[in-house]
Design a protein around this ligand. Structure first.
Ligand SMILES: *[C@@H]1O[C@H](CO)[C@@H](O)[C@H](O)[C@H]1NC(C)=O
Ligand SMILES: *[C@@H]1O[C@H](CO)[C@@H](O)[C@H](O)[C@H]1NC(C)=O
Ligand SMILES: *[C@@H]1O[C@H](CO)[C@@H](O)[C@H](O)[C@H]1NC(C)=O
Ligand SMILES: *[C@@H]1O[C@H](CO)[C@@H](O)[C@H](O)[C@H]1NC(C)=O
Ligand SMILES: *[C@@H]1O[C@H](CO)[C@@H](O)[C@H](O)[C@H]1NC(C)=O
Ligand SMILES: *[C@@H]1O[C@H](CO)[C@@H](O)[C@H](O)[C@H]1NC(C)=O
Ligand SMILES: *[C@@H]1O[C@H](CO)[C@@H](O)[C@H](O)[C@H]1NC(C)=O
Ligand SMILES: *[C@@H]1O[C@H](CO)[C@@H](O)[C@H](O)[C@H]1NC(C)=O
Length: 495
């Protein structure tokens, strides 16, 4: 008997996300690490299922010592010229253990990105770190790798803006046609980085400035189909002047702008979140929904400038724009305000780290320095979705642009149509200051699903067409069945 083959019938492929009625709002929380020793203000997940945590050096004692009595002697350090504390660390997701890393120069307000070979390139900072690039090459055996500092480069300048400086940490998204969408304050442009020209000025986004120190957050929605369109959302932020006035009680914004950045005549559509939020984080989930988490409901970014923590995450469902795209989720209990982060993990959970609204590590008063690391499990990880969860049994380790590949899965509940199944590539972004640099989710073309004799399914998918849709590098490859993702496998995308 020939193995059944399921092709995707577009007309039958409506929203498959499983929505259940529950007594509790969706989602669960767990404490992963009681004391990480540092408060991570920059966080990135590596292809070996470790997480790089980075604070800043000019902050005095952390709660994590450098190993073997090592100290960093830095005459330029503004807090401790002989500093025996770690300001970066590696979390091993298998054991939830922390290993101190040695970073040499100040990383305060730096940026980062994974290179095509999986090396984390980390740029800039403050004080002696301002001109620095550093690399971290993740290792499979987590005891060996550490930071390497590259020689000085030209200075990387801090942002500069109106009298509140609402232009820092701009939101940058690489569009699938190859230009950059760059947003700062309430303005955005389409920038051709090849020819160094501004191709288009987008309309201004209403409702005030949206960048540091008034940041909401931003994400590019999942790229899919023939990758001809890209939609960007920007949600929340501070009232103008909340930073200048040090108005810690000034209510944050609840509005969201959504724009199809690839449209020749783009306009902002406005939506209202169920909660106001300053310095939230946006995490692209493997399904294409966006988790909005962390932050506060009043004040601005900056040390000690926010109050009224926003403990309740919200889900943005881009395929539910008819009613409200927002679902209010189960609240957590740990405030994550200034200098906190959120990152998607390969098992579909979301890692929450950091929060330090103080110049040094401060454990008394309001919003003490937060050393606990948590994970939030979205609804798709609930026990009653287990029968839908694909288990990946075999996958390529490397894929090349445009080629067809097989991924094999098992799943308890039978797959009846190919379109119930998605194969999605999620990047591992560098999360800091309410924005995940380099975050993208690419939904791949699934051409067919073949039921195998041994109970497996063979899913045929097409790798992304080019480096504008998905830059080369390591991605978390999720197989998503009716809104329930597998545990991801790391796959290297190459040309
Ligand atoms: C961090 O270190 C300080 C100073 O050594 C200590 O007082 C404090 O209890 C520690 N906090 C935690 C959460 O470990
Ligand atoms: C690198 O730049 C920093 C800051 O400008 C300076 O203090 C330091 O001496 C430079 N280091 C080298 C090796 O040039
Ligand atoms: C990693 O280290 C362990 C022992 O610490 C060793 O058994 C294992 O073979 C190493 N794995 C690799 C891939 O090097
Ligand atoms: C840059 O300009 C060249 C020559 O004008 C043009 O052919 C090319 O398409 C431009 N590149 C991009 C990315 O638009
Ligand atoms: C954008 O900001 C500028 C400067 O604050 C302001 O004049 C302008 O009205 C704003 N645009 C919109 C659409 O709100
Ligand atoms: C891409 O898909 C869109 C929407 O399905 C369609 O309108 C457009 O013509 C397609 N573009 C190309 C180049 O195939
Ligand atoms: C900041 O102060 C000015 C002048 O006192 C006031 O008009 C404005 O409402 C204040 N802004 C906020 C966000 O509190
Ligand atoms: C902010 O609100 C809290 C609670 O209502 C109040 O105790 C505090 O004094 C307010 N702070 C300022 C600066 O107005």
């Amino acid at each position: 008997m020939a193995a059944p083959i399921f092709f995707c019938l577009q007309l039958l492929c409506f929203a498959f996300t499983v929505i259940r009625t529950r007594a509790q709002p969706p989602g669960t929380w767990e404490l992963l690490v009681q004391n990480a020793g540092i408060a991570s203000m920059h966080t990135a997940v590596t292809r070996w299922n470790t997480v790089v945590l980075i604070d800043r050096t000019d902050i005095g004692a952390s709660n994590l010592s450098l190993p073997n009595g090592v100290c960093r002697i830095d005459p330029n350090d503004l807090a401790l010229t002989t500093d025996c504390y770690a300001h970066s660390a590696l979390l091993d997701l298998e054991t939830n253990t922390i290993r101190p890393l040695m970073i040499l120069t100040d990383t305060w307000c730096s940026s980062g990105q994974f290179l095509p070979d999986g090396t984390l390139l980390h740029s800039g900072g403050w004080n002696d770190g301002n001109t620095k690039f550093r690399t971290f090459t993740p290792c499979i055996n987590t005891s060996s790798c550490d930071w390497e500092e590259l020689p000085n480069t030209t200075s990387l300048h801090q942002g500069d803006g109106d009298n509140e400086g609402d232009n820092m940490y701009p939101y940058v998204h690489l569009l699938p046609q190859g230009n950059l969408f760059i947003f700062a304050n309430n303005q955005s442009v389409l920038y051709d980085y090849v020819n160094n020209t501004v191709v288009l000025d987008f309309p201004q986004l209403e409702g005030g400035s949206r960048s540091y120190p008034s940041a909401g957050s931003s994400a590019m929605l999942a790229l899919e189909g023939n990758y001809s369109t890209a939609t960007i959302i920007i949600c929340g932020g501070a009232q103008y002047d909340a930073f200048n006035n040090q108005s810690v009680n000034s209510t944050a914004k609840g509005s969201c702008g959504r724009i199809v950045a690839t449209d020749p005549n783009p306009i902002w559509e406005m939506e209202e979140m169920p909660l106001v939020r300053i310095m939230g984080d946006m995490v692209m989930l493997p399904t294409g929904d966006v988790l909005i988490i962390n932050g506060a409901q009043a004040g601005s970014q900056g040390y000690g400038l926010a109050t009224n923590q926003c403990l309740t995450p919200v889900l943005y469902q881009p395929d539910q724009l008819e009613g409200s795209p927002f679902v209010t989720l189960n609240p957590g209990s740990i405030p994550r305000l200034y200098h906190s982060t959120a990152n998607l993990l390969p098992d579909g959970r979301v890692l929450l780290s950091g929060s330090n609204t103080h110049y040094y590590y401060t454990f008394d008063g309001d919003f003490p320095t937060e050393l606990r690391i948590e994970a939030f499990s979205p609804e798709y990880l609930a026990a009653d979705n287990t029968n839908l969860r694909p288990v990946v049994t075999k996958t390529p380790k490397t894929v090349q642009y445009g080629n067809l590949y097989n991924v094999y899965v098992t799943v308890s509940s039978p797959i009846s149509q190919a379109c119930e199944v998605e194969v999605n590539f999620a990047s591992a972004p560098f999360a800091t200051h309410s924005f995940s640099q380099g975050q993208r989710l690419v939904k791949l073309g699934v051409t067919r699903v073949v039921s195998q004799v041994n109970g497996e399914y063979r899913i045929v998918f097409q790798a992304p067409p080019n480096g504008m849709v998905a830059p080369p590098g390591y991605y978390m490859m999720f197989v998503v069945n009716q809104g329930v993702p597998s545990v991801a496998r790391w796959v290297q995308l190459t040309s």
